[in-house]
Design a protein around this ligand. Structure first.
Ligand code: GDP
Ligand code: MN
Length: 439
């Protein structure tokens, strides 16, 4: 499953990052596993691939060791591969806190499958792409949520990398491939960029035969395999369109000694804006790996990003969030989180935002930095005073409002009688927030 970060690295400069990712980059907030677009487990992605005629191995999913063992027997294959289902790539080289090394295991003895599954299910798997404590291979969380994939292992004679990404710079989809697959594609991009091949796809025309064949040849598929790989590429593109994907990544796209081109791994991201017409796909989302605060924030149309400092930041817009992050840093503080309000704000949202911000026990001060362009500052001010009263706010609150209707907003705050520290500008606000904690 995929190197989501890796593909993002390949696509860096190709694909415009969302505001959230810019923010994460900026704040080096790598302990997060941000949910940007719907992300499914490998087995779910492979089901969609099967439906589009993409070649994947035969597999079952299991959430107990005995089910895994049963599945291994049913597969009746000469070799079995057991794969932990988590939403992060690099599983092959990952480590479980059970001591087991590797989130992907091959065995010729189906009897061993139960033992292996026992050391995977319910344990945390740490990979290059997970937070440092890993991600739990969950069991029984939801009836529909199965946790290990038990698949027929195939011999692999060569591993390549292939992905299709939506790329803002090209105003459409782009294929990215490399004959050096299986490994960290980020490394390939850094060390041998000449081994990364790109093809811009015309959204109206789709993938042309010559493009698919050229990509297949660039990936190193020879003879009859070239045509087979080109066919897989076209099917992957059909799937990409059909499910409103923002990314379809196959690493490795491999070949077997018997002459089959097979997608050994699968990672698909979906455009959240397409949820209304991709109900079946979005229904597969079990949310088990999403940050519950992010999920709650999304309900109110707010974007939440958790960090590890102690100043809660309430901002509007990613640019302002980044600036706030920098300036807090400059004055020796650290953000605990960010809540991005966006435009078109209602009082209720402000209230819910404060509830989320203050629910984080690390928070020792709150910094509000809102620039009212579309946003009416008076609405923010009313939301703030309401939240302060009803939530009985215990931590210092520093507010910097600027823009539309700011005078009215300042009047509301000052007449509220609440212990709110007003700030003149962002610099002043950050200084005051940091100082409030040091007291
Ligand atoms: P990832 O580490 O999370 O990207 O998981 P992958 O599904 O890509 O598996 C990691 C590696 O395990 C692959 O690059 C392959 O080398 C190996 N692997 C996975 N499935 C098979 C298989 O069926 N047969 C063989 N021989 N190797 C496999
Ligand atoms: Mn992989």
């Amino acid at each position: 499953m995929a190197a989501s970060m890796a593909s993002q690295a390949v696509a860096r400069g190709l694909r415009a990052a969302t505001s959230k990712h810019l923010l994460l980059d900026k704040c080096k907030c790598t302990q997060l596993n941000p949910r940007r677009w719907l992300n499914l487990q490998e087995y779910q992605s492979k089901k969609l691939m099967q439906e589009s005629g993409v070649a994947v191995q035969r597999f079952y999913v299991a959430d107990t060791a005995s089910e895994a063992l049963e599945a291994a027997k049913r597969l009746n294959a000469k070799e079995i591969v057991l794969k932990a289902q988590i939403l992060a790539g690099g599983r092959g080289k990952g480590v479980f806190d059970s001591g087991l090394k590797g989130g992907v295991h091959l065995t010729k003895d189906p009897a061993v499958v139960g033992e292996l599954a026992n050391k995977m299910l319910g344990f945390n798997l740490t990979t290059k792409q997970t937070p440092k404590d890993g991600v739990k291979v969950k069991t029984h969380r939801l009836k529909t949520h199965f946790q290990v994939m038990v698949a027929e292992a195939l011999d692999i004679s060569r591993e390549t990398y292939f992905a299709i990404l939506m790329d803002r710079a090209c105003n459409g989809p782009v294929m990215v491939g490399s004959p050096q697959g299986g490994m960290d594609i980020e490394e390939v991009a850094a060390k041998s960029p000449e081994l990364i091949f790109k093809e811009v796809i015309d959204i109206f025309e789709g993938v042309r035969d010559d493009q698919a064949l050229r990509m297949a040849a660039n990936l190193g598929f020879k003879g009859p395999l070239e045509r087979q790989a080109a066919d897989q590429i076209k099917r992957l593109y059909d799937l990409f369109l059909k499910v409103d994907a923002t990314q379809v990544e196959v690493n490795p796209l491999g070949e077997t000694p018997e002459g089959q081109v097979v997608c050994f791994d699968a990672k698909i991201n979906f455009d959240d804006n397409a949820e209304f017409r991709q109900k079946a796909v979005f229904a597969m989302d079990d949310m088990t790996e999403s940050d519950p605060t992010e999920t709650e924030a999304a309900k109110w149309d707010l974007k939440y990003i958790g960090m590890d400092g102690n100043i809660a930041c309430f901002v509007n817009g990613a640019g302002l969030a980044m600036a706030t992050c920098d300036i807090i840093d400059l004055h020796g503080g650290k953000p605990a989180n960010f809540l991005d309000l966006g435009g078109g704000v209602k009082e209720r949202q402000v209230y819910e935002a404060f509830k989320l911000l203050t629910a984080d026990p690390k928070v020792e001060a709150i910094l509000v930095n809102i620039f009212g362009g579309i946003v009416n500052c008076a609405i923010i001010a009313n939301g703030i005073t309401k939240a302060c009263r009803e939530l009985e706010l215990k931590v210092p609150l520093v507010v910097r409002l600027e823009g539309t209707n700011v005078h009215e907003a300042k009047r509301i705050l000052s007449e509220s009688g609440l212990p709110i520290t007003a700030a003149d500008d962002l610099d002043d606000a950050a200084k005051k927030a940091v100082a409030a904690i040091k007291k």
